[in-house]
Design a binder for this molecule. Structure first.
Ligand SMILES: Nc1ncnc2c1ncn2[C@@H]1O[C@H](COP(=O)(O)OP(=O)(O)O)[C@@H](O)[C@H]1O
Ligand SMILES: [Mg+2]
Length: 209
């Protein structure tokens, strides 16, 4: 008997470090869960520890890592999972690769100025990402938006002005976009199942380098 087939959707959250990708993706994931829609967040800062435990952040390494991420997201969505990719991807070609492989795809651009992003560094709950990335940029590290050009999306499906709009408002826009534009298939069987609901962000755990 043929299995009913539904492709998942992929949202790629892109924006410079500190622009709010992780904060908004996690909030939107929880809101969607409450509406019966599940999704997996692929957070590059987390995956990188497995893929490149000692990252060099060279262009060549980033190319491999981002291509792997795009392929992973497309394979998951082909098999019915909804995916949020939480990864700066400062070159358009990496996001475009995912776009070319996924039918239900959207780019979510979390936009704010470099000054705003830099100013958030100390308050950021970044358990996976380097907490002092802009300080490292000042020492010559390759940081998108600061020492490496960040290629803005030309026509993002969603532009979130995170320097102005509160994160909850931004997350609501993401949820509305998903519900209005993507086929959700059947909701999961037991809406509201408490044990698996994505939990609010845990306390800060500092990233060790
Ligand atoms: N409108 C907003 N959207 C997202 N984050 C915001 C916003 N306003 C303030 N912040 C704060 O900015 C920081 C964003 O950090 P994070 O989500 O880790 O960024 P990124 O994942 O893009 O590096 C968090 O500390 C968050 O609380
Ligand atoms: Mg992040």
């Amino acid at each position: 008997m043929a299995m009913p087939r539904r492709e998942g959707w992929v949202l790629w959250f892109t924006g410079i470090p500190g622009s709010g990708k992780t904060t908004i993706a996690r909030a939107a994931q929880r809101m969607l869960w409450d509406r019966g829609v599940t999704c997996k967040i692929l957070e590059l800062d987390e995956l990188r520890r497995l893929i490149t435990p000692e990252p060099r952040y060279t262009e060549e390494e980033r190319d491999i890592v981002y291509r792997a991420l795009a392929v992973l997201a497309s394979l998951l969505s082909e098999n019915g999972s909804n995916v949020m990719v939480d990864a700066t991807a400062h070159r358009r070609r990496w996001r475009d690769l995912a776009r070319s492989r996924v039918n239900q795809f959207a780019e979510v651009y979390t936009r704010c100025s470099l000054d705003v992003a830099r100013g958030r560094e100390k308050g950021r709950q970044a358990e996976h990402s380097p907490p002092d990335i802009y300080a490292q940029a000042a020492q010559g590290a390759q940081v998108p938006g600061a020492t490496v050009p960040y290629e803005e999306p030309r026509r993002p499906e969603l532009l979130l002005d995170t320097g102005r709009a509160p994160s909850v408002e931004c997350a609501k826009r993401v949820v509305n976009y998903v519900l209005q534009n993507f086929d959700q298939g059947r909701p999961r069987q037991k809406p509201g199942q408490p044990q698996n609901r994505p939990q609010p962000h845990p306390g800060r755990r500092r990233h060790r380098r």
